[in-house]
Design a protein around this ligand. Structure first.
Ligand code: ADP
Ligand code: MG
Length: 207
């Protein structure tokens, strides 16, 4: 068995993921208002706050079991489609074997299977799939961040064929997919942390 990342990374990851989502809650909601039901920001914030509320339990685990547990929290606590989808991603990454690239591939496969979807449907998978392919090919964090940003922006002209946005048909064209944007934000956050683990913000002591 390959040892996972040190579990001292759990605290900064949770903290930064929460901060990232909080900082962009309004933007994600706005994107979802255009082509969905306007709850993606709040769904994501609730989910990541639920993870943060269990920071002590998570920090007591090894890294990958903590990722798996964070996934179950998202599945249980988020009402929208994005909770079970991001939850499946994290659960499958936590359960898989191998290094980050293998685990991310397992996670993305789980999202495809849970969402009965794939690249091209104007969803988070339009970001997750190219990032997964680049990660498998050994891309640097800086390259992954750029790929995620480009892929999220590239959902703008797409027509949705999965999720709520698909109900709009042609009217889904001309807007960035909210889940693609949240995937971009979370990937950028993880890339920043991979580049600068030492600058991770300390975890709040309370709660
Ligand atoms: P809901 O659509 O239930 O309101 P959210 O608004 O939280 O849930 O999340 C919407 C996002 O979920 C979409 O922008 C899209 O990226 C993603 N999504 C929805 N359905 C699917 C699916 N079948 N496969 C992959 N991603 C999906
Ligand atoms: Mg929604």
């Amino acid at each position: 068995m390959q040892a996972g990342p040190d579990n001292s990374l759990i605290a900064p990851l949770v903290e930064r993921a929460c901060a990232t989502i909080r900082d962009h809650e309004a933007e994600l909601t706005e994107l979802d208002r255009a082509i969905g039901d306007g709850d993606h920001g709040v769904n994501m914030r609730r989910g990541f706050e639920a993870i943060a509320a269990q920071r002590a339990e998570l920090q007591a685990l090894d890294f990958w079991p903590a990722v798996q547990k964070a996934g179950t929290i998202l599945v249980m606590r988020v009402g929208g489609a994005s909770g079970p989808l991001y939850g499946s991603l994290l659960m499958a990454m936590g359960k898989a074997e191998g290094g980050l690239a293998e685990r991310f591939a397992a996670g993305v496969a789980a999202v495809k299977s849970r969402g009965k979807s794939d690249i091209g449907a104007k969803t988070m998978l339009d970001v997750l799939v190219p990032v997964q392919q680049a990660l498998a090919a050994g891309a640097t964090p800086a390259a992954l961040r750029a790929i995620a940003a480009e892929a999220a922006a590239a959902t703008l002209p797409m027509r949705a064929s999965k999720g709520r946005a698909s109900f709009l048909g042609e009217r889904s064209v001309g807007h960035v997919d909210p889940g693609a944007r949240s995937a971009e934000l979370l990937i950028a956050m993880a890339c920043d942390l991979a580049e600068n683990p030492m600058q991770a913000a300390p975890m709040e002591k309370s709660s």
